[in-house]
Design a protein around this ligand. Structure first.
Ligand code: TRP
Length: 382
């Protein structure tokens, strides 16, 4: 396995980060070391700033913290070689706010660099990796999840959604070129395949590699792909990078984000624990209830908290402000200070967050409805 997956009862907090499972307390520095990615340095941020002016808050706050070849892609851009953006979604269920972190960031990059986005909906992946999954369901969610992407403001002129099952004819030749050059032994070491792993799953990583290269097939232009994604997807890109030069393509570059934690203690926001995740279609009352029940860095009683202060570093509510719901750095720092010195209680933070999340969702839900009328314009085969 990528990271030792042995979980014992005494050690429930052991970190597990694979494309199919994220558990325990995630140590991002250790991931950079073990996955062999590069941390995002101040020099690199300066390079980004040259193109974007103000650096977006998620980048500034190191929520995007690691990369591969982002520097190279920016240097090529300076020389007139553009890049394309590529990201995706495994449509196993409804979209929650955590899923949209890399998409929101992708929109920012697209606006600043004026590039195309290829977006892969992996209804095939979700079908093969989950014994219980039904193809009809994953295909239905691919469409449903695309509405959330479109609601974020992407435009059909430069955004191309690939629905794997429906569009496999477009992908298959490149998938074969990729698959032929990756041995079973490499795939097994990278993904931890077992004797019991089904064949569909074993082949599948070749399909996730394809959008890194599809731009050339679509336009004749050979440019690198830059992939904003959570760091659990890195193993795919490791094997894709190895074979890219053999096929005459640039190695795909990446920029990795941290996971938005769930509203319970530890771990990332997960659709399999619905009470700890805020879904994009949740009504205001439900959002309020979920936030109200969230794990915070507060103390047992108000008196204690006034005296000793809270701990924003472990607070899920604080993380939401940090990731998405407080753009202003000064106000964020002030909230943290107030918490630590006992000047603000958890109830106030929860109330503020509920208001902001519900405001965001009201707008998102409206745009999501409108997306239903234009979704076809985004299909790669339009
Ligand atoms: N495997 C991803 C998932 O399960 C979906 C995906 C496909 C993806 N291509 C991608 C995610 C590129 C990020 C970037 O969610």
């Amino acid at each position: 396995m990528l990271v030792d997956c042995s979980l014992t009862d005494e050690d429930k907090n052991e970190m597990v980060v694979t494309p199919w499972e994220v558990k325990g307390k995630v140590d991002y520095e250790r991931l950079v070391r073990e996955f062999g990615t590069q941390p995002i340095t101040k020099e690199l941020l300066d390079k980004v700033r040259k193109h974007t002016g103000e650096v977006q808050s998620q980048l500034r706050r190191q929520l995007f913290f690691s990369h591969r070849d982002l520097d190279i892609v920016l240097d090529l851009y300076d020389k007139g070689i553009k890049f394309v953006l590529y990201t995706g979604r495994g449509p196993s269920g409804p979209v929650h706010i955590g899923h949209m972190i890399p998409w929101i960031f992708t929109k920012y990059l697209q606006d600043k660099f004026d590039t195309r986005l290829y977006f892969q909906m992996t209804d095939d992946e979700k079908f093969v990796v989950d014994d219980e999954a039904e193809m009809k369901e994953t295909t239905r969610y691919a469409y449903d999840n695309a509405l959330d992407l479109i609601a974020l403001g992407f435009q059909p002129e430069n955004t191309f959604i690939i629905y794997d099952i429906q569009d496999i004819d477009l992908l298959y030749d490149i998938a074969l070129e990729v698959a032929k050059r990756i041995t079973y032994s490499t795939a097994k070491a990278t993904f931890g395949f077992q004797d019991s792993t089904n064949l569909g799953w074993v082949f599948w990583p070749a399909v996730q590699a394809v959008p890194c290269f599809i731009h050339k097939k679509m336009t004749g232009e050979n440019v690198p792909a830059l992939i904003p994604a959570a760091i659990d997807q890195d193993p795919y890109w490791r094997i894709t990078r190895d074979i890219a030069p053999k096929l005459g393509y640039y190695k795909p570059a990446q920029i990795h984000n941290r996971f938005l934690p769930g509203l319970a203690i530890g771990g990332k926001m997960s659709a399999s624990e619905p009470e700890t995740a805020i879904f994009t279609t949740d009504p205001p009352e439900l959002v309020k209830k979920k936030i109200w029940n969230a794990y915070t860095g507060g103390k047992g009683t108000i008196a204690e908290q006034k005296k000793q202060g809270g701990v924003p570093d472990i607070c899920t509510i604080y993380e939401y402000f940090l990731f998405l719901f407080e753009e202003d750095d000064k106000k964020l720092t002030e909230r943290s200070r107030q918490c630590r010195t006992g000047g603000i209680m958890c109830g106030e933070c929860k109330q503020d967050l509920t208001e902001r999340v519900n405001k965001f969702l009201a707008e998102h839900q409206r745009k999501r409805e409108r997306a239903k009328t234009i979704i076809d314009k985004f299909h790669i085969k339009r």
